[in-house]
Ligand binder design. Structure first.
Ligand code: NAD
Length: 508
């Protein structure tokens, strides 16, 4: 049976009604469970996938490990050329991939296309980087000696990704890992297998065209079992994990037990502070975008809005007015701002969260309910609550915004820093003094510290990631590439003396 008309476009990116979910040494197979990829807007099956089994994993990783030895010998700019071709292949399929992303994850179409564009941008960034993996020369204190710092590939990099950015996070990691000379083994989220398959097919085609082993980019559809296999595998020196703090901590422990390296991108609980001198229109527009976008399922979603007491009522009133205009609906339809939550379980989690909020004294100012429909739609919600309520310290993965009142800058920073997570933060102010205090040692303790822009929308040129419960990892731009390589400090003696051994006789 073929696809219904609305899903026919999927064949353009290699998706069939039933798909094998393990890309093992250039062959698609799968001997694990059969799962359905489901459209969050109506909970109907889009296509089926046969997940990878442990056996598929073992076969795939073996080939990937062998392929890494070939890939790491290719000069870095040549690896960059392959990544450039991947970027070009993505450009030709941008609309289809963006549409699939929107269909399978549930984010609105412009966000789906934007996410694929981000991978294209990462390819461009990585191509430039492939000529700049520079080491350094360090003055030696010993005569006729030279010290060098060299960067070498790690081997195989494991990438485990979350459902909410099923292809951008792969791009942040894989583009850099590949130009650094590593093979990549990727496990996407179990609820977004079609994106995993479509992306892998596109990369495989480029590798094949260049007569390179396709096992350089190996991928598996599956859940915790495959994730654990990656975490335990001593053939994978670096595991880059994106997901919840709870699972991230387990992964870190497993990887640490074998002295592997971990790059963690975990949960966020991001605050946006509005000072009394702020441009209120700008702040309100930013909050709406940051709290409602991707149905509140971004790691950088604004979850806590901290408003100075002097302007509190006016900011909240304007926000309530803006929320009335949010169009909820099918993410593929023009004009929709708020699509569904990703799964039925996410919708149940939202309902549970609202109950907890109420039990801890939270007052619902708008929203607070699920929307009766076939899909996983919920209302955009604003809650007035005390910053000390326990529920405020947690990440509720949906469009729920807590509004909190503060008296002065010091108190606002204290509230900002009072949660276990440390991903993104933002302040709206016109005061230069406060801006520099905010980005300084006693300001925000987050990895992303913004001024007069929302908590989300990070650019790829900067290093992305957060502190504390967010895991401390940095991905994408700046010098994040160093995490995907091993550093060798090399001391070279080009004379005939061994200064440290002077005065000791070794005979002839
Ligand atoms: P999750 O932790 O449930 O799953 C993430 C990945 O881990 C999935 O691929 C899953 O199959 C896998 N996994 C599950 N159990 C595992 C185990 N025992 N060992 C190894 N892997 C295992 O997260 P999610 O619900 O997919 O994503 C949402 C979370 O991700 C949120 O907390 C969000 O903030 C976070 N996130 C963070 C960033 C960031 O850059 N900081 C980006 C995107 C998402």
């Amino acid at each position: 049976m073929g696809f219904a008309k609305e899903y026919e476009f999927l064949t353009e990116i290699g998706i069939e009604p039933r798909n094998s979910g393990a890309f093992v040494n250039g062959v698609w197979k799968g001997s694990g469970s059969v799962v359905s990829s489901v459209n969050p807007a109506n909970n109907k099956t889009i296509a089926e996938v046969v997940e990878a089994s442990s056996q598929d994993y073992e076969e795939g990783i073996k080939a990937c490990y062998e392929a890494s030895k070939i890939w790491m010998q290719l000069p870095a700019p040549k690896r960059g050329e392959i990544v450039r071709q991947i970027g070009d292949a993505l450009r030709t399929k941008l609309q289809y991939l963006g549409r699939l992303l929107s269909l399978e994850m549930g984010k609105i179409l412009p966000e789906g296309i934007g996410e694929v564009q981000e991978v294209i941008d990462m390819c461009d960034f990585a191509v430039g980087l492939s000529r700049q993996l520079n080491g350094s020369v360090i003055p030696s204190e010993r005569p006729n000696h030279m010290m060098l710092e060299m960067w070498n590939p790690l081997g195989v990099v494991g990438v485990i990704t979350a459902f909410n950015f099923p292809c951008a996070v792969l791009g942040w990691n894989a583009c850099i890992a590949l130009v650094c000379g590593n093979a990549v083994v990727w496990k996407g989220a179990p609820t977004t297998p079609l994106i995993t398959i479509a992306m892998t097919k596109l990369v495989a085609e480029v590798l094949e065209k260049n007569s390179l082993p396709t096992a350089i980019f190996t991928s598996f559809c599956g859940g915790a079992e495959i994730g654990q296999a990656i975490s335990k595998d001593t053939r994978i020196p670096l595991v880059s994990f994106t997901g919840s703090s709870k699972v991230g901590q387990m992964v870190q422990q497993t990887v640490s037990e074998r002295f592997g390296k971990c790059l963690l991108e975990l949960s966020g609980n991001n605050a946006l502070i509005v000072m009394d001198d702020a441009d209120i229109q700008l702040a309100v527009r930013s909050v709406l975008f940051a709290a409602v976008g991707t149905a509140g399922q971004r790691c950088t979603t604004c979850r806590r809005l901290l408003v100075h007491e002097k302007i509190y009522d006016s900011v909240v009133d304007k926000l309530l007015e803006a929320y009335k205009q949010v169009k909820v609906g099918d993410p593929l339809e023009n004009g929709t701002l708020l699509g569904p939550l990703h799964t039925k379980a996410s919708r149940e989690n939202f309902e549970k969260g609202i109950k907890v909020i109420k039990s801890q004294g939270g007052k619902i100012l708008t929203g607070g309910s699920v929307i009766e429909s076939e899909g996983n739609f919920v209302q955009p919600t604003i809650v007035e609550i005390s910053p000390s309520a326990d529920v405020v310290k947690e990440e509720l993965f949906g469009p729920v915004l807590y509004v909190l009142k503060f008296k002065d800058f010091k108190e606002a920073v204290e509230i900002n820093n009072s949660v276990p997570q440390g991903l993104s933060s933002s302040i709206f102010t016109r005061s230069h003094e406060l801006i520099f205090k905010w980005i300084g040692p006693q300001g925000s303790d987050c990895g992303i510290v913004n001024v007069n822009i929302p908590t989300n929308g990070a650019e790829i040129g900067g290093a992305f990631g957060g502190e504390k419960g967010t895991g401390g990892g940095r991905e994408a731009g700046s010098d994040s590439w160093k995490q995907y390589m091993r550093r060798s400090t090399c001391t070279i003696n080009y004379g005939s003396e061994l200064p440290l051994a002077q005065g000791i006789s070794f005979g002839n």
